[in-house]
Design a protein around this ligand. Structure first.
Ligand code: HEM
Length: 173
């Protein structure tokens, strides 16, 4: 997985819980993490998962709670600062979510070894969008947290639920 994911996690933990807590999470995970994490460096998927699990343990969160915190931070603080141009292209949460597959392709097109998830969409009705998740990583909890983060960024109330092993339903109010 690209370093940007762990870099965001590190920045979230350091900002909300302090650098010592991040150090504790890394030690607890057993991952030998480089001191400087570049956006496009490769961090093995297993190490990324170990760091997430360790963050849950140290902070006393479920995976779903951690994914929600990550998704909100990614969408409202981390990504707008780093990937700003993509935010300017979308007017609301639905349009942004429909654009994420494109964003993934554009942000990783020239990055060697990137394998972002691919999304298919089904527009169920005016207020309901299904996102079909295609990835071997099985990180659908993270997808749900990020989709909720999209709602937070656009100040929209939306509900996100899992309606299949690879399908998430977003209802807009
Ligand atoms: C500006 C917004 C976003 C950018 C720039 C972005 C970029 C990325 C990048 C670079 C990766 C790592 C890919 C790799 O290592 O091969 C990733 C992973 C991921 N992204 Fe995004 N992303 C964005 C928003 C979102 C949103 C809103 C969602 C969900 C609705 C999402 C879902 C995921 C998931 C679930 C992964 C984990 C990898 C996997 O499941 O295979 N992303 N993203």
């Amino acid at each position: 997985m690209k370093g940007t994911i762990v870099r965001c996690l590190k920045s979230l933990v350091e900002e909300k819980a302090g650098q010592e807590t991040w150090d504790e999470i890394v030690t607890e995970s057993g991952v030998a993490l480089p001191k400087i994490i570049n956006l496009s460096m490769d961090i093995p998927d297993g190490d990324t998962v170990k760091l997430l699990e360790s963050a849950c343990k140290v902070l006393g969160l479920t995976l779903s709670q951690a994914a929600d915190a990550f998704g909100k931070y990614w969408m409202t603080e981390y990504a707008p600062a780093i990937y700003k141009s993509h935010f300017d292209r979308y007017r609301d949460a639905r349009a942004f979510l429909l654009g994420v597959d494109d964003i993934h392709r554009l942000t990783t097109a020239t990055v060697p070894n990137a394998h972002p998830p691919r999304f298919d969409y089904e527009e169920v009705d005016d207020r309901t969008l299904d996102i079909v998740y295609n990835s071997s990583r099985g990180m659908i909890d993270l997808l749900m947290g990020l989709a909720r983060g999209v709602g937070a960024y656009f100040n929209e109330r939306l509900t996100v639920s899992k309606v299949g092993s690879d399908r998430v339903r977003v209802r807009f109010s």
